[in-house]
Each structure stands twice: as structure tokens, then as C-alpha cells.
Design a protein around this ligand. Structure first.
Ligand code: FAD
Length: 494
């Protein structure tokens, strides 16, 4: 057995959880995955199987203690590429698409589609994540307010269920499996192919940052920008294409562990140790030099409505590729300083817009201000109507909600940050803020039940249908292994 593969599969980007698998399987084809799952499913003593994308999970979700980890990225290599992947086409709804393998990295999807002047329209901030990995969660970034998360931009999937059956599914064909798998935390099947919606790729991006000294002005402007957007039916050139934002607090490493600290220059330095600043990040896509003039004009109009600190605006023009792949530069810098492969006690939350000011007071001004932090602190709005409630992903029960990402790194003291994360979650619960966790990691069944709320019984029903022996995705720690029908029944009744 390849001991390096075992070591690799025992850990993840979070570097806080370690579960040694019994074996690592590098599938030579998608059929072999199906045969392998069938072997476990039909066995008297089934064994757990977890798909591993790029293992950029934070809390052991892509691990399989005492089970088998399937390395999905091994399907990408040359001749054994997924049989059905990488074909372009247009659907009956006139949507262009590409079929990609579940183990492909988004950066490779971007490179392939750009060659044809096309690109997916919904992204994650970082592109070295696999298609199957982000579609099992949601896949969010500054385009989500407009196009929805990545799971809202999929037309069709091939999924191998926990019975080893390969099924093709879409919104209209076998929709229960389609909805289960998208945002399904790897619980219902292994995604081997996804048909992703494409749009004409812009060539250039005007990338703007604006500084705010007060949080309410910052969020008011963010909400103004996302609410003035009607969505898919919009004219091509209307509004911003990307809206994000982040909080700037005293940083333990002087910003050295923050991949967002970049070459943006503000007119003068106004941050002091005790100031919290807020940075709104906006983008406008365009195609060529002649369009640049229109971009200037339109941006002037849009920005005149915003309330940032006068003159605290910086912008630059970069290629679409450079913009989408922006985190890579930060990664390379952090790697060179030995600050990339360190523990990452991240906490990602969705906070209803109606409670974001209270959240800010309790978390940013309260809990986080007690000590210096390190890593990006993202805050940006999304719209519930861009998510499909039939899918497994969970979002707050309010049209506008914020994605809050406390993406901290900790060289020595990750337990301290994890404890602080628990304190934040408890404070949100006590105040009944209606917060939902993104990239959830719970250990107690009662916590999962609370997380899924009214969708818990649907989740259980889908589990009993598509993975009745609970073979898949044990690293998420949602169900006991092996799963007995009585487990599903009793848990549903509680
Ligand atoms: P893995 O960690 O390998 O797997 C994640 C889960 O999906 C596991 O449960 C695994 O079993 C399951 N899985 C993997 N492949 C498949 C498959 N083919 N079929 C079924 N289940 C599968 N997320 C965002 O939404 N937006 C961001 O901007 C963003 N930025 C990030 C930046 C960094 C630096 C990092 C480390 C993470 C970021 N994430 C972001 C989180 C990321 O989307 C998730 O951690 C995602 O799961 C990572 O993808 P992966 O390929 O590494 O998946």
C-alpha cells in the first residue's frame, strides 16, 4: 500500500483533524467506483467510503477513519479522464454548458472554457477546489447574489449512489437525487459528472475597493447594490458583477497571513490599532478598451450613491483570469512564508440581513476584538431567491442574508480559535439570530437536526433511499456507521 497516499488522505486543509483510512482507492474509471461501492453495499460487513476532492475541507469531512477514501482527482489524468466529461453543448433552454468530471479543479474548468470564449458564471474565491467538493456544499463568491451559488448553475449530474448504481439526474429527470446531491455533503452519492452553465466570458475586470469606517453604512451600501439587481433577466451591462466585502481588524501577523492584503493603494493610511475598517469590494466586467470609457461613466454613476469615506477608493483593471484566480497569488506568498499549510480554524456562517448589525456588535466588536486575529474576515450579502430550497443546502429564512467567513489561520493555537468559534455559535443561538453554518461541522445528532430544521426529515428520507447502509461521507459525522434502518426511523421521530 502507498503509505504517502494514506498519510495524505488522513488530513485536510484544516489540519486539525486526523483520521487514518484503511485504504485509498484511485479509481481507473467511474465504473470502478460503482463496482467498489457495490462491493461494500452488498457485503455482510459494509465498509465506509468517502470521496476526496482536493481535501480543502476544514474539519475532516473528506476523511474516512477505518474506511476507504476515493481520490477523485485521479480520474483527471489524461487517458482515463471521465468518459463523459469535457463536452460542450447548448441545452433546449438555450443555455450553453460544459460537462466536467467531479474530480476536476475549477481552475482547469476555467482554462478549458476560456479557450472557447466561455466561462461558468458562478465561482468560489479560490479555484483549486474540485467540482464535486464545492457542489457538495454550495460554492459561493461575490457573483452569488446575481447568479446564485454554483449549485444553482448545474443542469445535470451523474451520481453513483450508496447502492453502487450510476444515475443521471436533473431538475426534471430523477430530480430527487439531483436535489439531494447538490449541497448534500457527499451523503447521497458520488458526483462523477456535472453539466455546468456557461456564459460568454468577459475579457477584463474593473476591480474596485472602497473603505468605510461604519458598519451600518457598509452593509446598507452592500444591500443597495444587491437589491438593485433583478438577476438573470438583467441587461448585460447593468450594475456590478461581483460584490464582496471584508472587515479589517488588528492582525496578529500584520496582514501576512491574509491573502486579501494586496497591491491596492489607498490615498493615505488611516487605520490605527483600535479602528475597525470595512472594505467593500466590487467588480464590473467588460470586454475591450473601447468599453473602458463606458465602464468609467457607469461606475461614476453607481458609486455616487455609495457612502464610503471620501477619497477612500482604489481600483485597477485586470484580466478576467487574473481576477478569478486572485487567491492563488496570496497562496504562493503564504506558502513561501510557511503560512499556508498550518491549522485553519475557520467558521463560515450565513447571517440574516435583519440581524447583521447585532451580529457585528456581538462578534466583531465583542468576541473578536478581545485579541488580535489573523486571516480574512469576509462579509457579503446573498439572496435566498437565487438558491433552490429543494436542494440539500441550508440557508437562513430571509431573502437577503450575509455570508460571514472568519477564515483564520493559527500556527500554534488553533484550539483557542475553535473555542472562540464555539463561543460565537453559542452567542448567536442565545440571541436567536437565525444563523446557519456554511461548511457545517457538527458532532451531535441534535445539532444536525437543528441545522437542517424542517428539511431534516427530507434529508433522512433521501439517505434511506440513496445510501441506506450509510456507507458514504462518514467524515461528515452526520450518521452513525453502520447505519441501520432503525437509526433513521428513531432519529426522525425524535
Ligand atoms: P473535499 O474537501 O475533498 O470534499 C468536501 C466534501 O465533499 C467531503 O464531504 C467529500 O466527501 C465530498 N466530495 C468531494 N468530492 C465529491 C464528489 N465528487 N461527489 C460527492 N461528494 C464529494 N467555498 C466556497 O463556497 N467559496 C469560496 O470562496 C471558498 N474558498 C475557499 C478557499 C480556500 C483556500 C479553501 C481551503 C476552501 C474554500 N472554500 C470555499 C471551501 C470549499 O468549497 C470546501 O471546503 C470544498 O469542500 C472544498 O473542495 P474540495 O474539492 O477540496 O473538497
Amino acid at each position: 500500500m502507498d503509505s504517502h497516499a494514506i498519510t495524505r488522505a488522513s488530513t485536510d486543509f484544516g489540519r486539525m483533524h486526523r483520521n487514518v483510512p484503511s485504504a485509498v482507492f484511485r479509481p481507473p474509471s467511474t465504473n470502478s467506483i460503482s463496482a467498489f461501492i457495490k462491493l461494500s453495499y452488498e457485503s455482510v460487513e459494509p465498509f465506509p467510503i468517502t470521496a476526496r476532492g482536493h481535501a480543502h475541507s476544514l474539519h475532516g469531512q473528506a476523511q474516512a477513519g477505518n474506511g476507504v477514501v476515493i481520490e477523485m482527482m485521479s480520474l483527471n489524468s489524461g487517458a482515463i479522464n471521465n468518459e463523459n466529461a469535457n463536452s460542450f453543448g447548448c441545452s433546449s433552454e438555450e443555455k450553453c454548458y460544459i460537462d466536467v468530471g467531479g474530480g476536476e479543479l475549477w481552475i482547469d474548468v476555467l482554462r478549458k472554457t476560456l479557450k472557447h470564449g466561455l466561462a461558468p458564471r458562478s465561482w468560489t474565491d479560490y479555484l483549486y477546489l474540485t467540482v464535486g467538493g464545492t457542489l457538495s456544499n454550495g460554492g459561493i463568491s461575490g457573483q452569488s447574489f446575481r447568479h446564485g451559488p454554483q449549485i444553482s448553475n448545474v443542469l445535470e449530474l451523474d451520481v453513483i449512489t450508496g447502492k453502487g448504481e450510476t444515475q443521471t439526474c436533473s431538475r426534471t429527470n430523477n430530480s430527487e437525487l439531483f436535489n439531494a446531491a447538490l449541497g448534500g455533503l457527499g451523503q447521497f452519492g458520488i458526483i462523477t459528472r456535472a453539466r455546468i452553465i456557461l456564459e460568454k466570458a468577459p475579457k477584463m475586470v474593473r476591480w474596485v475597493r472602497l473603505l468605510y469606517s461604519d458598519f451600518s453604512g457598509f452593509t446598507r451600501d452592500q444591500e443597495l447594490l444587491v437589491s438593485s439587481h433583478g438577476g438573470d433577466g438583467d441587461k448585460e451591462n447593468e450594475g456590478f458583477d461581483y460584490v464582496e466585502g471584508f472587515v479589517m481588524m488588528a492582525d496578529k501577523n500584520d496582514g501576512n497571513s491574509n491573502w486579501r492584503s494586496s497591491s491596492f493603494q489607498f490615498p493615505h493610511h488611516i487605520a490605527t490599532n483600535n479602528t475597525i475598517l470595512y472594505c467593500l469590494e466590487l467588480c464590473k466586467y467588460y470586454n475591450d478598451r473601447s468599453a473602458k470609457h463606458h465602464v468609467d461613466e457607469e461606475l461614476e454613476g453607481l458609486m455616487s450613491k455609495l457612502h464610503y469615506i471620501p477619497r477612500m477608493m482604489a481600483s485597477k483593471d485586470v484580466t478576467y483570469m487574473a481576477f478569478l484566480n486572485r487567491v492563488r497569488h496570496g497562496e504562493i506568498k503564504l506558502r513561501s512564508r510557511g503560512l499556508w499549510n498550518v491549522p485553519h480554524p475557520w467558521l463560515c456562517l450565513f447571517v440574516p440581513a435583519s440581524r447583521i448589525l447585532e451580529f457585528h456588535d456581538v462578534v466583531f466588536k465583542g468576541i473578536l476584538s478581545r485579541n488580535n486575529t489573523s486571516g480574512p474576515l469576509l462579509v457579503y450579502p446573498m439572496k435566498r431567491s437565487r438558491w433552490d430550497d429543494r436542494m440539500s443546502a441550508i440557508v437562513p429564512n430571509e431573502e437577503v442574508f450575509y455570508s460571514v467567513g472568519l477564515l483564520r489561520s493559527a500556527v500554534y493555537d488553533w484550539e483557542f480559535y475553535e473555542e472562540q468559534n464555539r463561543e460565537i455559535c453559542k452567542a448567536c443561538e442565545r440571541r436567536k439570530l437565525g444563523v446557519k453554518m456554511y461548511l457545517p461541522y457538527y458532532t451531535e445528532e441534535s445539532e444536525w437536526r437543528r441545522h437542517f430544521g424542517a428539511k431534516w426529515s427530507v434529508f433522512l428520507e433521501r439517505k434511506s433511499r440513496f445510501d441506506p447502509r450509510g456507507i458514504l461521507g462518514t467524515g461528515q459525522r452526520i450518521f452513525p456507521f453502520p447505519l441501520l434502518t432503525s437509526n433513521l426511523k428513531s432519529t426522525a421521530l425524535i
